[in-house]
Design a protein around this ligand. Structure first.
Ligand code: PLP
Length: 428
C-alpha cells in the first residue's frame, strides 16, 4: 500500500515471494540429494506458474522445466532453459511438436502406442539426442479430487498398465526399441496422498526392473516420477515436505534410490503455491438475506478452481485496512465476492472475518500456483500485474518489488478479442 502497488485504478495485484521460492527449490534439491546419489533433474511443471521470470528464477536454482504444449516450451526457452533441462509431456503432441523436440534434444515421454509409432518414424528419418520414455498409468486409484487424479482405471494419460495385455505390450515395446531408456508416471495432483503416489512410483520401478531383466542390461536408466505433492491450504505450515516424501520413497521403493536409476521429478504446485498472494481492494459492501457481502476485485478470473469447485479448493483470506494494516475486530460471517457477473463468483462463502469495509484490502493466500498465473478471461477482466518481492539484507527492511508480468491493458484485451478486424463479419 505504501508503494502504491494497489490503488483505486489498480484494484487487484499478485505477489510472489522470491526468497520463499528459492527456499522451496533448495528444499526440493536437498530432499532428493539426501536419498539418492544418482543424478536427479527437477523439472518444474510449467503449467503451475507459466511466467518467464519465474522459470528463470527456478533455472538459477538448478530447476528445469516440464512442458506440455508449444506455448510452455516457448516460455521455457525464453527463460533460457537448455534442452537437456527440459521434458516434454502432454497427451496430444502433434508431429511438428515431436519433430521440434527431437531436433532440440528435449526429453520426450510418449503417451500412447500411436505416439510411439510417430517417434519410430521420426527416429528412422534422423537420429536424436533426446532421452525418450513412455508414460504409464499404474492404475493405483484416485485421490480426493477426481479431476486431478491421473492413476484411475480410466484416466486419459499414459498406457493403462493393468489393462489386459498392456504390460506385455510395454515390455515388448522396450525390447524392440533399445533407445527407449526412460519410464514416466504422474499419478495425480492436489488430493493425492503421498502413500498412494509412492505406490504408483513403486509399480513403475517394478516395471523398470522387469524390462531391464528381460533386456539383459540396464536399458531403463531413468525413472520420471512426475509431480503431484499436495499443498496444505489450511495454514502456513508446509506439509507434506519434499523431505518427507523423499524419505517415504526411500523406505517404500529402496531399489529406485540405490544409485542405479537417475530420476526426473515434475513438481509444480508444491514449489510455488505457498509463495503467491492475490491482493484486492474491497469496492463495495452490502447485505443480502441478512448476510454481509464484500464485493472485491478478485474472483473467478484469478481463482477459477476455487470459484467453480469451492469444496475442493478452499482458500484462506486475510483482511487488511486501506493502509495495509491487519484488520482486527470481531469475526463476522460474510461472503467475499469477486467482480464477475454470475452468482457463484465467490472467493469465500459464510467466512468469519473482521467486517470488511470499502477501501479495505483482502489477501488471498497460497495462490502462487494455478491461480493468478492461470488467468480465466471471464467478463474481459484483465490479467492483473504480478510482482516479485524481496526484502533487503539485514538492517534494511525495505521491500523491493520487481514486475514479473505487467497488468494487461484495455488495448491488449481489445486486440486479443478481434479488435484488429472489427468488420470481419460484415462482408456480405
Ligand atoms: C500437472 C502435472 C505435473 C505437476 O503437478 P503438480 O500437482 O503441480 O505438482 C507434473 N507432471 C505432469 C505430467 C503433469 O500433468
Amino acid at each position: 500500500m505504501e508503494q502504491g502497488l494497489l490503488r483505486a485504478e489498480q484494484p487487484v495485484a499478485a505477489l510472489l515471494d522470491v526468497t520463499g521460492i528459492r527456499a522451496s527449490a533448495t528444499a526440493l534439491r536437498d530432499a532428493f540429494a539426501a536419498v539418492t546419489a544418482a543424478p536427479v533433474l527437477h523439472a518444474f511443471a510449467v503449467k503451475a506458474a507459466p511466467l518467464v521470470p519465474v522459470l528463470a528464477l527456478l533455472r538459477d536454482e538448478d530447476i528445469g522445466a516440464e512442458v506440455a504444449s508449444p506455448g510452455e516450451l516457448a516460455l521455457a526457452r525464453a527463460a533460457g532453459l537448455r534442452p537437456d533441462r527440459t521434458v516434454l509431456d502432454s497427451p496430444a503432441k502433434t508431429p511438428a511438436e515431436l519433430r521440434e523436440a527431437l531436433e532440440l534434444g528435449i526429453a520426450v515421454n510418449a503417451d500412447n502406442p500411436q505416439e510411439l509409432a510417430r517417434i519410430d518414424a521420426l527416429i528412422g528419418a534422423s537420429p536424436t539426442r533426446s532421452p525418450l520414455g513412455l508414460r504409464v498409468n499404474p492404475q493405483v486409484g484416485g485421490g480426493a479430487i477426481e479431476a486431478l487424479s491421473t492413476a484411475t482405471a480410466t484416466s486419459k494419460f499414459g498406457v493403462a498398465l493393468r489393462d489386459e495385455g498392456a504390460r506385455d505390450w510395454v515390455v515388448r515395446a522396450y525390447l524392440d526399441r533399445p533407445w527407449l531408456t526412460r519410464l514416466h508416471t504422474h499419478s495425480g495432483s492436489q488430493g493425492m496422498p503421498p502413500a498412494l503416489m509412492t505406490r504408483a512410483v513403486g509399480a513403475v520401478y517394478e516395471l523398470a526392473e522387469e524390462i531391464n531383466a528381460a533386456a539383459g542390461r540396464q536399458q531403463i536408466d531413468t525413472v520420471d516420477i512426475g509431480g503431484g505433492l499436495p499443498v496444505n491450504f489450511a495454514s502456513d505450515e508446509q506439509t507434506p515436505t519434499f523431505a518427507a516424501y523423499a524419505r517415504l520413497l526411500k523406505e517404500q521403493v529402496p531399489g529406485l534410490l540405490d544409485g542405479r536409476y537417475g530420476l526426473v521429478t515434475e513438481f509444480g504446485r508444491s514449489l510455488l503455491a505457498k509463495h503467491g498472494t492475490i491482493l484486492a481492494r474491497v469496492e463495495y459492501t452490502k447485505t443480502a438475506g441478512g448476510r454481509p457481502i464484500a464485493v472485491t476485485h478478485a474472483g473467478v478470473q484469478v481463482a477459477t478452481r476455487t470459484v467453480y469447485d469451492p469444496a475442493s479448493w478452499p482458500l484462506r483470506i486475510a483482511a487488511y485496512d486501506s493502509k495495509g494494516r491487519p484488520k482486527s475486530g470481531a469475526a463476522v460471517v460474510q461472503d467475499v465476492a469477486g467482480p464477475a457477473c454470475f452468482a457463484g463468483d465467490l472467493l469465500a462463502e459464510a467466512r468469519p472475518l473482521p467486517l470488511l469495509e470499502p477501501g479495505d484490502v483482502i489477501a488471498v493466500l497460497d495462490t502462487g500456483a494455478y491461480y493468478f498465473s492461470n488467468h480465466y478471461g471471464y467478463n474481459s477482466l484483465p490479467r492483473p500485474g504480478i510482482y516479485g518481492f524481496t526484502t533487503g539484507p539485514e538492517g534494511d527492511s525495505a521491500t523491493r518489488f520487481a514486475t514479473v508480468r505487467a497488468a494487461q491493458s484495455l488495448a491488449e484485451i481489445v486486440a486479443e478479442s478481434g479488435g484488429g478486424q472489427p468488420d470481419a463479419l460484415l462482408t456480405r
